[in-house]
Structure formats: C-alpha cells, structure tokens
Write a protein that binds this ligand. Structure first.
Ligand SMILES: *Cc1c(COP(=O)(O)O)cnc(C)c1O
Length: 393
C-alpha cells in the first residue's frame, strides 16, 4: 500500500488541487518548485539552524512515569509544547517563510481561525522582516482577542472577514481573493496539511521533523527507533502527519489519530470528521468532510478551537480509508479530564487540542512492554480561560 502523495497531489482517491482558474498560476509555481527548493543545501541549512536556535529543537522526548504506571505501558511524550510560540505550528511557518524568500516573495498572507496559526505566521514574518496580513473572521477576532493582539504586537495586520458566518471559511476566502489579486509578490502560508496540492505534502514535510527526532530519541532511550504506538490529535492533521510520517511504511508501528467529538459523535455538536464525514471538496482538495446530504459543509464544534474544523487533510482521509491509521475520538469532557490528569500526574498543562490525544489512552488495552509515544502538540497557557470556565479541578 502506498501512503505517499503521487505527482498529481493525490493520496489514493483524496487530494488534488480543486482551485479557481485565477489561482492556478500561483499554485502551479509552488508545485513546480517546492521539492527542488526544499532539497537545496542552503534551504536545509537555514531551516535546521532556525529549528535549533529559534524554535528550540530537538524538542525533548520525555518518559512520563506516573502516566505510564496508570495506563500500564511505557509512555513517552514528544514535547512540541516546548517549541517557541507554544506548539508545533511554527515548524511549518519557518519552512514556508524560507521557501517564500527563495521564491522572491515580499509579502505573506495567512488565514487563521483560533489565531494560533496567525501568531506562528506573524512570528516568522517579524523574524524575517516581511510584511504580514492575517485574515480572520470577525466573530473569531472577538472570541480570540489575546491572539489578535499577539499578532498586532508582532507587527502583523489583522484583517476581519465580514462575510458569511464571519469565521475560518470566510477568512480563507478573503485570503484566496488577496492571493489571486497579488500573485507575483505574495506567498500564502496555509497552517495545516490541507488546501490544494502541494500544500498538504509541503506542510507534512516541514512537520516530519517531529517523527525524525522521535526515531533518534527512541533509539537512544530504548535501543529501538520504532515504538509500538504513536498517538496524535487531529484538527486539519499537521501535528499527526508530522508524528506519523517516518513510520507510515512500517506497519508494525500502530498509528492512532484522535478527533474531537465535542458534545458526542451524534450530538450534532462535533468535529469527528472520519466518523461523520463523506468525500467532498474543501479548501481546494478532495477529502473527507462533514456535510449535509445536499453537500453543505456542516459547522463543526469542539471545545478546542484548533480541532474545530469540518474536514481533515487528504493524507489522513487516505490513511483512514486504508485503515493504516486508527481513528478514535474524545469528547470535550473526556479531553478536559485528560488535560487535568496530565497536569496532576506529570506537571504539564497541555493545550486542549493535545489533551484529546491523551483522552484516548483509556480506550486502549496495552501490554506492559508497549512503547507508546504521544505527540504533545502544544501547551495549555492559551487555554487557561477554558480550563477556568470548565472549572472541575
Ligand atoms: C492548531 C493546533 C492543533 C490542530 O492542528 P493540526 O494541523 O491538526 O495539528 C493541535 N494542537 C495544537 C496545540 C494546535 O495549536
């Protein structure tokens, strides 16, 4: 079975580039050049140097003793929460900003829902001295005020999207429109393994540093670079893609993706895409998405803003379809409890997105010798208000 992208941008029957004609030159320029640029020595040197000295990589792989005891396995945490800006998203924005420079681009645009990708983009634009515009739904701007101000402090211009439901989808439309009108000097940084080809593959390659490091670190700590399990939460799927990437072809490593089921898979308030979704086109690629029988995208819901997305990247749709990855889900309540449990057992307050991956532990039956890696995609500082409102600790 092939789990990798083909030259047309497909993973099995998912992927591709379903874009308006006007966007074709921009996407085509990127498609023609991304692999060559990423392979250049100069690119790799700059990327690796920034990941090391700016982001703080390699992030530690930590043996969580008390969590291991509770679940009867050897559980390691991949500490993406310790990345600069507090999550894995910066791995991708560093890669794309270097790529944008090599393409001769002078401006960056991005869209953001919860604001985390906007902050990661504004961060690397400040670092490189490049103009940055972030499109964000007006409703999201009101909900995510601290991230709006972070972006502004970093020097980005945050532009409200005022059409439709005034959320992520509308911000994406605005960003696309901007890109169509400014194809020559602007690069569009997408924040997850979604969008038209080559974005899903490009973002996966930048995030793949996570599983590359896991292999070296596991070899050092256990003598074997392959664990029995890797767990990651899935919104669009970038932290999961990065944690799975170097294990995809080794079927002895079980890969587990955890979606947000909100108030329950069949509650009507959920973001459990593989449980509820059907094939369709979202943000320029063919993938699984939550939709009504007549093909309208269903508004997703999760307590965690980063998992509140109606689709998943096309690679994950294929990994689900081929059963290479097992998809589980966790409700708001289960994730919040798992977040508190990790705080109490290991002294680490996780992002609520990441807490969903931990909530899946109680759904598993491990052998005592199993080596389990959980990708701890981000830290919980940004979620303090949500923890306080939930209140049960
Ligand atoms: C954005 C975010 C996610 C979800 O995005 P993916 O592309 O699925 O990784 C998960 N965890 C954290 C901490 C995030 O900020």
């Amino acid at each position: 079975m092939n789990y990798h992208v083909d030259s047309n941008g497909y993973y099995g029957k998912f992927g591709g580039a379903y874009i308006p004609e006007m966007l074709y030159p921009n996407v085509e320029e990127l498609r023609e050049q991304y692999l060559d640029i990423i392979a250049e020595d100069a690119f790799q040197e700059e990327f690796n140097a920034l990941l090391k000295d700016y982001v703080g990589r390699p992030t530690p792989l930590f043996l969580a003793n008390r969590l291991s005891e509770k679940y009867g396995a050897q559980i390691y945490l991949k500490r993406e929460d310790l990345c600069h800006t507090g999550a894995h998203k910066v791995n991708n924005t560093i890669g794309q900003i270097i790529l944008a420079k090599k393409l001769g681009k002078k401006k960056i645009i991005a869209e953001t829902g919860a604001g985390q990708h906007g902050v990661a983009t504004a961060t690397v634009c400040a670092l490189m001295g490049i103009d940055c515009i972030v499109y964000m739904g007006e409703v999201d701007m009101a909900r995510q005020k601290p991230n709006v101000e972070r972006m502004r402090i970093l020097g980005a211009k945050v532009v409200p999207a005022t059409s439709g439901s005034k959320t992520l989808k509308d911000a994406t439309n605005e960003a696309m429109r901007h890109w169509i009108n400014n194809p020559k000097d602007t690069h569009y940084i997408i924040g997850s393994v979604v969008g038209p080809h080559p974005y899903p593959d490009m973002v996966t390659r930048f995030q793949a540093v996570i599983s590359a490091e896991m292999k070296t670190q596991l070899k050092e700590k256990t003598g074997n670079e392959d664990p029995d399990y890797v767990f990651a939460c899935v919104g669009g799927g970038s932290n999961a893609a990065g944690s799975f990437y170097h294990y995809l072809d080794n079927e002895s490593v079980k890969l587990v993706a955890v979606e947000a089921s909100g108030l329950g898979v069949s509650s009507g308030k959920s973001a459990a895409t593989t449980a509820l979704g059907k094939s369709g086109v979202l943000h320029g690629s063919k993938t699984l998405l939550m939709q009504t029988p007549d093909g309208q995208v269903v508004e997703p819901y999760s307590i965690s803003a980063g998992l509140d997305y109606p689709g998943i990247g096309p690679m994950h749709a294929h990994l689900f379809d081929t059963k290479r990855v097992e998809f589980l889900s966790a409700t708001d309540e289960e994730a919040m409890q798992a977040g508190i449990e990790l705080s109490r057992l290991e002294g680490i307050i996780p992002a609520i997105e990441s807490a969903h991956a931990f909530a899946a532990l109680s759904q598993m039956k491990f052998d005592a010798s199993d080596v389990v890696v959980i990708n701890l995609s981000g830290r919980g500082d940004k979620d303090l208000d949500t923890y306080i409102k939930w209140g049960k600790y």
